[in-house]
Design a protein around this ligand. Structure first.
Ligand SMILES: Cc1ncc(COP(=O)(O)O)c(C=O)c1O
Length: 389
């Protein structure tokens, strides 16, 4: 019997994030700092609006691109936050999380053999989605010595005339690195020179701890070349509502909506009504969560410095990415021993690309109480490893 599967899907490796959590789930008294999901409940006004929409019987499909009311609010929000004006009828669509937007954008923009620059360490879906879209992933290594920022020098080394797309994953999961306007300017120039398009994944844009988040789309000449992806999961603590969106040039969005129509039909209706309320009236709730994350981030940095664990200071998302190179173990070995010996679950840096070797991703989307307990355990572990030497 011939294989029912495509060669492409066989080539795709499963995500390295889940592996540890299946083991951790079977153990008692484990503290997990592994999941990239807010620990806050969705702000009440958003939940209430979702409930209200169900009471009202709003249980039908919306238009494929999403409720017009929501698209209007998304465009107002983008103008407020990144200072780029999008046409709510032509330049935006509502998706099933940022995840769907990444997938659909790549599938609509790539022809077989087109190359995609994927900076790593980064979120796990860019590479498999590129492969499934018949593109060729080309890894650009983000380096600790550059605070895991993307540099033109690193891209120059791998760009070819087949390169079509640059994935821009900032604020970054897993490193927490951000790109300032000064960092983005040379990248924008490079994009123009090589006639590229950018898929800018700005899902953590609300979680920036050093000034305002800057989108590459706001730089001169970049709106036409950028598909900006965002969503409600992280900033609004709405992971389970499965709601995201993207904004970009009409010619691209039109085709993305076509594919979304055939594959998905529309994003969840209840979530869309709820999200309108989120964008209209929950800025203070989002700010409160951001402040709490920032407090935790500072606590972690302080603890790392106390235990002498090397970690560059990240200013975005809700992750820190300490180096464990001094212990002479792989990230996976370290994470495994930390789980077995101290019952703390973290993610090996290699889950986000080979160049994550020697690092761990620690999420601080957990209560300060849990973080304190987990860091005390990590401190013991680090001490023990140093004593073993
Ligand atoms: C960088 C990044 N992009 C996109 C996503 C997908 O988020 P969602 O589909 O929930 O919007 C995640 C989730 O962890 C992420 O970390």
């Amino acid at each position: 019997m011939r294989s029912p599967l495509s060669k492409k899907i066989i080539e795709v490796q499963p995500s390295g994030i889940r592996k540890f959590f299946d083991v951790a789930a079977e153990m008692e008294d484990v503290i997990s700092l592994g999941v990239g999901e807010p620990d806050f409940d969705t702000p009440w006004r958003i939940r209430e609006e979702g409930i209200f929409s169900l009471e009202k019987g709003r249980t039908f499909y919306t238009s494929n691109a999403g409720l017009q009311e929501l698209r209007n609010e998304i465009c107002n929000y983008m103008e407020r936050k990144i200072h780029v004006r999008y046409d709510p009828k032509k330049e935006t669509m509502v998706t099933v999380g940022g995840s769907e937007a990444i997938d659909v954008a790549l599938r609509c923009m790539l022809d077989p053999g087109d190359e995609v620059l994927i900076p790593q360490p980064s979120y796990v879906s860019y590479l498999p989605c590129t492969i499934m879209a018949d593109g060729v992933p080309v890894i650009v290594e983000l380096k600790a010595e550059n605070e895991f920022k993307l540099t033109v020098k690193d891209m120059e080394a791998v760009v070819t005339d087949k390169t079509k797309i640059l994935v821009l994953p900032f604020p970054n999961n897993p490193t927490g690195s951000i790109m300032t306007r000064e960092d983005l300017e040379p990248v924008a120039k490079f994009v123009e020179e090589h006639d590229l398009y950018v898929i800018s994944d700005e899902i953590y844009s609300e979680l920036s701890y050093k000034g305002e988040h800057v989108s590459i789309a706001s730089l001169p000449g970049m709106k036409e070349r950028s598909i900006v992806i965002n969503g409600f999961s992280k900033g609004f603590a709405m992971t389970g509502w499965r709601l995201g969106y993207c904004c970009g040039p009409h010619g691209v969005l039109e085709q993305m909506i076509k594919l979304h129509q055939f594959a998905i039909m529309c994003a969840p209706t209840t979530s869309q009504y709820a999200a309108v309320e989120g964008l209209r009236s929950c800025e203070a709730d989002v700010e409160e969560m951001r402040k709490a994350y920032n407090q935790r981030r500072r606590f972690l940095m302080h603890e790392f410095s106390r235990m002498g664990l090397e970690c560059f200071e990240p200013f975005g998302a809700f992750y820190v990415f300490p180096s464990i190179q001094e212990f002479g173990m792989t990230s996976e070995q370290f994470a495994e021993r930390l789980l077995m010996e101290e019952k703390v679950a973290v993610v090996p840096g290699t889950a986000f690309g080979e160049c994550g070797e020697g690092f761990l991703r620690i999420s601080y989307a957990y209560s300060l109480e849990d973080l304190k307990k987990a860091l005390a355990r990590l401190g013991h572990f680090v001490q023990r490893l140093r004593n073993e030497r």
